[in-house]
Write a protein that binds this ligand. Sequence first.
Ligand code: UD1
Length: 420
Amino acid sequence: MDSFLIEGGLPLRGEVQISGSKNAVLPIMAATLLTSETCVVRRVPDLSDVAFMAKILRSLGAEVTLENGTLTVRAANISGFGDYELIRKMRGSICILGPLLARLKDARVSLPGGCVIGTRPIDLHLKGLRALGAQVEVDGGYVRVHAPRLDGQMVFLGGRVGPTVLGTANVMMAAVLAEGVTVIESAACEPEVIDLAHFLIAMGAKISGAGSPTMTITGVKELHGAEHEVIADRIEAGTFAAAALATGGEVILRGARPDHLGAVLDKLREAGAQIGSSAGALTVKGSGVIRPIDITTMPYSGFPTDMQAQLMAVACLAPGTSIISERIFESRFMHASELMRLGADIAIEGPSAIVKGGQPLSGAPVMASDLRASAALVIAGLSAGGSTQVNRVYHLDRGYERMELKLQALGARIQRVPGE
Ligand code: UD1
């Protein structure tokens, strides 16, 4: 397994191009199953999760090519029975369920795995599909959904902690080919849901209200092929912004969308970053002083759980006490113990982490436990004195395109060390 070797202490300086969004492209790839015609998706990031989703689409019978950021899918003859092992390995793959049900009226996929960040149920996805008329059976690690026809309905998708992103995607993708009108209440408002809606509309779907808690979908008989360019990855942009602040550098984030980063930029400013925006770019500058922060993760447009770990790394550098509360995923603090190996002072109290920051961090070997936790360890390593080895960076490769090369171009001393 590859690792990163980081010699910390250098400020990041320069420009970085933000890639297409991982969380937008995965459901968009699933949506290509809704038509037998060819779909072309551009600005597709080169990530292991994307390669994995391409494998899943191929295993269902689709013809898929992925070259230089352009994905072409033709799902002319597909099966609704997914490969058990493939699907189980990636949480994001659950969003093939809605399109397969809509197109074939019968689908069976394994229950998904993915990042180890708490229990990640799919009860809301299934509730939504049931409301449209699907029979749902869960047996032997598989979920099977089938329905002779799907009928539009009012579907309430709010859960214990609010809306579900992939659950909203699944129900939207089933509803686009249902008879009549579906209204999703408490729909997820994330920019990735809006991007999916734009792709579906380009395919001929009738959707209004995407990006608001009430989405209306009027079913159509069939969808056609379409072209689409994926939005920039707001979490990658936020991660580089946090790294710029943590290292006291200045980074221009090309292609970053400030309109998708409101809560993140607000907290970075509070922590001491100077942020400017110009056409198609954001500039983030560390002022040399980092201040403590108070963060609670929430559904969009609140502070994203996918940026919580990276901001915890920043909080470790701020003299004083920061409080970081995780409200979306209960076990998402595995990075805390690894940050402590670098000298951080963090106490976990229920859903909150109390970070007493300001002591200089010093490099150490650490273990990446999930995608965003790994990013936090890289940020901490870049700002620590001495060398940090981040092991198991395959987690990072799931969601960050060539992260070490982008960081090298910003002046960081970071190397990938190939494992056996
Ligand atoms: C997506 C993102 C992930 C992000 C998360 C929250 C992708 C590929 N992944 O994951 O990066 O961290 O949104 O912004 O887009 N829940 C239920 N029942 C369900 C579904 C979810 O109780 O059926 C709960 C979850 O346990 C969690 C909360 O709802 O507490 C939000 O999860 P959800 O929005 O569904 O996350 P994902 O869509 O899986």
